[in-house]
Design a binder for this molecule. Structure first.
Ligand SMILES: Nc1ncnc2c1ncn2[C@@H]1O[C@H](COP(=O)(O)OP(=O)(O)O)[C@@H](O)[C@H]1O
Ligand SMILES: [Mg+2]
Length: 250
């Protein structure tokens, strides 16, 4: 269970999150929708442990433990994973080398033996097949020269390998064409599990046709202003966010 309580966050004296509350149960896929600038990416960064943000109040409990007291590496080891809205290009670091380092750092933090190279390659190839990632990509520098859709698929590949407890997908659908959207959604759906929770941040209902959420939450001005079932996403698509901007202003 993930429980976010009264989260208040600022950056450079700008208050971005204003007492945000949200619960995500084990096995639940929660979608967050909301206008540009409402704080969706900020929420995902604060959960993942990116620095620069000042947490003024509140907590993020993962199975009762406040992850805000952990550094980013400890959060990753605890099973928090963020698929970035804009994945970074890392020149000079081969994709396979990166995957091996990420996976083995997590295993080490959990007191597990490092994976052998053949075992790693077997796992990467199996996960890559689901996501239709060509094998020669794994020999290239991470994300360098990848298209938007290829970068997003690489994020989901990392997610599949790390088997996180809590997955946050920040606008994974942006920059995807219809085929890539289907491939990425299938990859995510395969990872749905009673022991895993998802926070799927998106602007558009279309992603939620593929990754059908259990709950939908509307974010406006740094708070969750409305929660409902998957039908709420359809209502937003039809009516826009105007009603909710009003709610946030009250
Ligand atoms: N580094 C920063 N410095 C100042 N303001 C920021 C910074 N990062 C984000 N913001 C502001 O925080 C608000 C929320 O941004 P963001 O979390 O990216 O929203 P969303 O993902 O919902 O579009 C925006 O008004 C944005 O300009
Ligand atoms: Mg964003």
């Amino acid at each position: 269970m993930i429980e976010i309580k009264n989260l208040v966050v600022q950056i450079e004296d700008n208050r971005i999150l204003n007492g945000l509350d949200l619960k995500v149960a084990d096995g639940e896929v929660a979608a967050i929708m909301g206008p540009n600038g409402s704080g969706k990416s900020t929420l995902s960064y604060v959960i993942a442990g990116k620095e620069d943000y000042e947490v003024l109040d509140g907590e993020v409990l993962l199975d009762g433990e406040n992850i805000l007291e952990m550094d980013a590496a400890e959060r990753a080891a605890a099973g928090v994973f963020l698929a970035f809205q804009y994945p970074l290009e890392i020149p000079g670091v081969g994709t396979m080398t990166f995957l091996k380092a990420a996976l083995n750092a997590q295993r080490k933090a959990r007191g597990e033996e490092p994976l052998s190279t053949p075992e790693l390659i077997k796992r990467v190839n199996a996960a890559g097949e689901v996501l239709e990632i060509k094998r020669d990509f794994l020999k290239r520098a991470l994300n360098v020269g990848f298209s938007g859709g290829e970068k997003k698929r690489m994020e989901i590949l990392q997610m599949a390998l790390l088997e996180p407890r809590f997955c946050i997908l920040d606008e994974t659908d942006s920059g995807l064409d219809i085929d890539a959207l289907r491939i990425v959604s299938d990859g995510v759906n395969k990872l749905r599990d009673p022991g895993r929770s998802f926070l799927v941040i998106t602007h558009y209902q279309r992603l939620l046709n593929h990754i059908v959420p259990d709950t939908v939450h509307v974010m406006s001005a740094g708070r969750i202003v409305k929660s409902g079932g998957k039908e709420l996403a359809l209502e937003l698509e039809a009516n826009g966010y105007a009603d909710y901007r009003q709610l946030a202003a009250e």
